[in-house]
Write a protein that binds this ligand. Structure first.
Ligand SMILES: [Zn+2]
Ligand SMILES: [Zn+2]
Length: 154
């Protein structure tokens, strides 16, 4: 639960920094992505005219399976610019748990790759091209896998 005391906010801004377990996301692990390590958040809440403004950042770690080279890797995702405004609030506390969860879940990487320039696996021999070179390109310089499509008569 990530909450701010309304009474305290009426007196001063609140700076809140904390951690939550990966289960906070309420997103199950999959083959492509497993949520590891704690979620970190850092928030600043202020009472301004008409409502409460909450700004800050949140991030989480994960272990992904690269869609190109099929290697496991560690990554991080997060939202560095959370900005929430509440013009309606009831009770003694403002609960921003769901809002922070949503802000983070929206940032979960959809396309899991270990790095932007991952070279992936050779389509012919399966070699991980990040680690070594294979000879497929050299031995077949004119190899164009899609040329065969031209031979198809429709
Ligand atoms: Zn990769
Ligand atoms: Zn190869």
């Amino acid at each position: 639960m990530i909450t701010f005391s309304i009474d305290k906010l009426k007196k001063e801004d609140i700076y809140l920094e904390g951690e939550a377990p990966p289960s906070f996301l309420e997103v199950p692990d999959s083959e492509m992505i497993a949520f590891k390590g704690n979620i970190h958040y850092k928030l600043h809440a202020a009472l301004i005219s008409g409502g409460i403004l909450v700004k800050g950042s949140a991030s989480a770690g994960y272990e992904g399976l690269c869609g190109r080279c099929l290697e496991k890797f560690r990554g991080e995702f997060g939202n560095p610019d959370i900005c929430l405004f509440f013009d309606k609030f009831e009770g003694a506390e403002l609960d921003v748990t769901e809002d922070i969860r949503t802000a983070l879940v929206l940032e979960i990487p959809m396309n899991c790759i270990c790095r932007e320039d991952c070279r992936g696996l050779c389509h012919q021999c399966g070699t991980n091209l990040n680690k070594t070179k294979c000879n497929c390109q050299e031995t077949a310089p004119g190899y164009k896998p899609w040329d065969k499509l031209n031979d198809l008569k429709l």
